[in-house]
Design a protein around this ligand. Structure first.
Ligand code: NAD
Length: 376
């Protein structure tokens, strides 16, 4: 098949959906790979690296006009007209953006949104949410360490002792677990909160303390079980008790990293304006839910998506695309996720698309086909 790899045009997007490593594999499978000039440059993959493995370098129209287009983000309104009706598109297409999906369907594309893959063992190798959240969790800690004007580890020096940084992690999914592991490697003292009781053991195994908020009613317990491994909105009674416990920790924290999300819903508010006011000057909040909160904030209403702001001496970082700041490795992992997904939808002869409607991963990812949005 003719496989196109366009340069990503979304603001701040530095990743690329195919690296020279995966381009080589696609070539070996019999595909012709056309990469837009400069597509991999920001991810440390220059045009020459693609040419060296047999890919052709082309322009935007050349990459977008292929039978199979591999992207990181959904195509923009300017890109869509360059795509062929009947072409297949694989990327992070934002499965909760109904309007965006309707645009893909109207363009006659067969679209696969990789974020919609189930969180099952078989889907693990193509799980873009995990591969990218892992990077976000790591980068959040590195960024906090950079913004914070003190050490992370406890130090005993001839000039006196420096205390270890206190780090609070809110939301312990893939990003939160990596944030704990990274902060631990830097020597911080860490506490973490999540609605799901199953994460307590994982938090403790990484050497952090779990902020326990016991469930007092059957309704609270049931909500905490979540669905499909994901969190559900918790009853107000539990959230009120969690807020008290979290507020105590946040007031003492040097760094807070919040990652709490509920798929398809606004991110919960976990760090109120009053809590920020009670924090120590010089402390840092990295809000990974930036732009996904109820009013455009994140887990903190004072977060400004895409910006770093200072409030009462507290630095609040609202970076919305942390994986793009680790472009080379984020692309390497994403490109392998894409390659693995393609095994499910490409016929063995490498010339046709095959959409097995009895495959739960394919069905979950399929968002548009034959002019229709296929996701309810
Ligand atoms: P996510 O990004 O959707 O959410 C981040 C975390 O925020 C979650 O742990 C969630 O429970 C938590 N959260 C939501 N509301 C909260 C609140 N009010 N207070 C505190 N925390 C709150 O999570 P994710 O990283 O995408 O992981 C989702 C699930 O998928 C997890 O259960 C994870 O273990 C599972 N998972 C499974 C596989 C697999 O088996 N293949 C792979 C990856 C992830």
């Amino acid at each position: 098949m003719l496989v196109g790899v366009p340069l990503e045009t979304a603001a701040g997007e530095t990743r690329v959906a195919v690296t020279p490593e995966t381009a080589k594999k696609l070539k070996a499978q019999g595909h012709t790979v056309r990469v837009q000039s400069g597509a991999g440059t920001r991810a440390s993959a220059p045009d020459e690296a693609y040419q060296a493995v047999g890919a052709e370098i082309t322009d935007a129209a050349g990459a977008l006009g292929c039978d199979l287009v591999l992207k990181v983000r959904a195509p923009s309104a300017a890109e869509l007209p360059h795509m062929k009706r009947g072409a297949a598109l694989v990327g992070m297409l934002d499965p909760f953006d109904r309007v965006g999906l309707e645009r893909l369907a109207a363009a006659g594309l067969t679209g696969f949104a990789l974020e919609a893959a189930p969180r099952t063992t078989r889907a693990q190798s193509m799980d873009v949410l995990s591969s990218q959240a892992n990077i976000a969790g790591y980068k959040a800690v590195i960024m906090a360490a950079d913004r914070y004007q003190k050490f992370f580890p406890m130090l005993m020096t001839a000039a006196g002792t420096v205390k270890a940084a206190r780090v609070v992690i809110l939301g312990v999914g893939v990003a939160g677990l990596q944030a704990i592991a990274t902060a631990k490697r830097l020597g911080a003292v860490i506490e973490a909160s999540d609605v799901r009781p199953s994460v307590k053991e994982q938090v403790e195994s990484l050497g952090a303390k779990f902020i326990d908020v016991p469930y007092e009613t059957a309704e609270e317990k049931e909500a905490a079980e979540g669905v499909g491994g994901y969190a559900r909105p918790m009853p107000p009674s539990w959230l009120a008790r969690q807020k008290i416990e979290v507020a105590k920790r946040v007031a003492q924290a040097d760094v807070v990293i919040s990652t709490a999300l509920i798929p398809g819903r606004p991110a919960p508010t976990l760090i109120s304006a009053e809590m920020v006011q009670a924090m120590k000057p010089g402390s840092v909040i990295i809000d990974l839910a930036a732009g996904r909160g109820p009013d455009g904030g994140g887990n903190c209403p004072l977060t400004v998506a895409g910006q770093t702001v200072q409030v009462h001496g507290v630095t609040i970082v609202g970076e919305t695309n942390l994986p793009a700041l680790v472009a080379a490795d984020a692309s390497a992992l994403y490109a392998r996720n894409v390659l693995d997904f393609l095994k499910l939808v490409l016929a063995k002869d490498a010339t046709t698309l095959n959409v097995p409607m009895d495959d739960d991963i394919v069905v979950a990812c399929l968002v548009a086909r034959d002019g229709q949005v296929t996701r309810s």
